[in-house]
Ligand binder design. Structure first.
Ligand code: PLP
Length: 415
């Protein structure tokens, strides 16, 4: 559910007419809805009411400072994957004791920064990383709380690029290696193994793979207890899917219920790392039709947003619903919605049924709140568009539109 709705044929973001936002901020324009973010966060977090838990929003889904601040003020923790994301969360005022740090390639300076901030824990993905964290902690005379990320070899039945919990994926440690690494963690002087972690993939549309992973972790946890390792946190990662088109993912409450049932009797604090399910349908991308053209075999709608603004269709072949911002009666056609970038892979939709559109009309690309702006680039030297956050009838410019100078700002050395 979201708060982007048509009223008398005009698309609104909460109480603001999208067309008015475009008049002020131009296109391409990312529009986020505060109410939707809050509603999604509440729905997710409250699904775990009754058990000790911490929701750590996955920053990489949408890392705009305004979003991080809003979620943090609602009590959310954060799951970060880089020093840059740590910087953002701290700047947004997030309490470091609610930050977990995931990712396969943490650099030494990033580890140091996280230790200095005294984050809740590192989700460690290899033996060498564990040793590195210990080494940095020794130098700093600090103790690093860690989880090891288990790769439970569960098929999340999602796109191969976003499945992470299979044996062949680069993430985490298989159960045997994890056992070895826990033994090592127990011995390393400046490491405190406090958790178990897994994250099996993204855009999951059923509960079963989560429960399968949880059950593997449960038996592993029992073994760790026998070894005298006192685990306090169980981090189940993120990955709950959303509706882009016709998917029907479980509601967070059903997910929460199933997890709670399977956790019964375990005295662990549950950590969750939702990203897409919070942000995905809380944002849209508005783009303007530049030209239309009909070739003998295809209709093209050429718009001013491209794969540098929203790469998911090009990268994963993802579906995003596209609607005209102003509804009117016109014949339907099948068309490719494409951007100006010089790549055949630059499209927002292919063979899409959409009404005939005129030059300068506005299109809304839905479900663009997660992995939209955060995956954007300046490819083809295209300044990135603006991001605005709507709350009722209030509008905040969450990130200004880039200008040409932003393209070359870091390159002045050769003159
Ligand atoms: C990307 C990621 C998430 C968030 O995944 P969603 O599918 O957006 O919920 C959570 N945890 C880790 C470790 C991740 O890499």
């Amino acid at each position: 559910m979201h708060y982007f709705e048509f009223r008398e044929g005009e698309l609104f973001a909460e109480d603001v007419k999208v067309r008015d936002l475009v008049k002020k901020y131009d296109t391409p324009l990312y529009i986020y809805s505060s109410k939707t973010f809050k509603r999604h966060y509440e729905a997710f977090d409250s699904a775990f009411d009754g058990i000790d838990h911490l929701t750590c929003y996955s920053v990489k889904a949408n890392s705009n400072l305004c979003i991080l601040k809003m979620l943090s003020e609602m009590g959310s923790g954060m799951d970060i994957v880089s020093g840059g994301e740590l910087f953002r969360t701290l700047k947004a005022g997030v309490d470091p004791s609610k930050i977990v740090y995931s990712g396969v390639g943490k650099r030494e300076h990033e580890i140091r920064e996280a230790l200095l901030s005294d984050i809740l824990m590192f989700n460690v993905e290899s033996k060498q990383e564990l040793e590195k964290i210990n080494q940095v902690a020794v130098e700093m005379e600090a103790t690093a709380r860690i989880s090891l990320r288990i790769n439970p070899d569960v098929d999340p039945q999602t796109h191969p690029y976003i499945s992470t919990g299979l044996k062949k994926n680069k993430f985490g440690l298989d159960i045997e290696q994890a056992m070895e690494s826990y033994k090592l963690a127990q011995k390393l002087p400046n490491i405190d193994p406090v958790g178990i972690d897994c994250h099996i993939g993204s855009q999951l549309t059923s509960i079963e793979p989560f429960i399968e992973a949880l059950n593997r972790i449960k038996s592993f946890h029992a073994e760790l207890m026998d070894m005298g390792i006192e685990i306090k946190y169980l981090d189940l990662g993120g990955g709950l899917g959303i509706t882009y088109n016709e998917e029907s993912p479980p509601h967070p409450s059903a997910f929460g219920k199933a997890v709670k049932e399977n956790l019964q009797g375990m005295k662990l604090k549950l950590i969750l790392e939702p990203g897409r399910v919070i942000a995905g349908n809380a944002g849209i991308l508005i783009t303007r039709v530049l030209y239309t053209k009909k070739s003998p075999s295809k209709n093209f709608i050429i718009v001013d947003a491209a794969m540098n603004d929203l790469v998911r269709p090009s990268l994963y072949g993802s579906f995003h619903r596209i609607d005209c911002v102003t509804q009117k009666d016109a014949p339907l056609q099948k068309a490719d919605v494409v951007g100006p970038i010089c790549e055949t892979g630059d499209f927002l939709a292919q063979d899409r049924e959409i009404r005939e559109v005129n030059q300068d009309e506005l299109l809304a690309v839905f479900s663009a709140g997660a992995y939209g702006f955060t995956m954007s680039s300046q490819y083809n030297s295209r300044p990135r568009g603006a991001e605005v956050l709507v709350d009722g009838s209030n509008v905040t410019l969450a990130r200004r539109r880039e200008v040409y100078f932003d393209l070359v700002d870091l390159e002045e050395q050769c003159f």
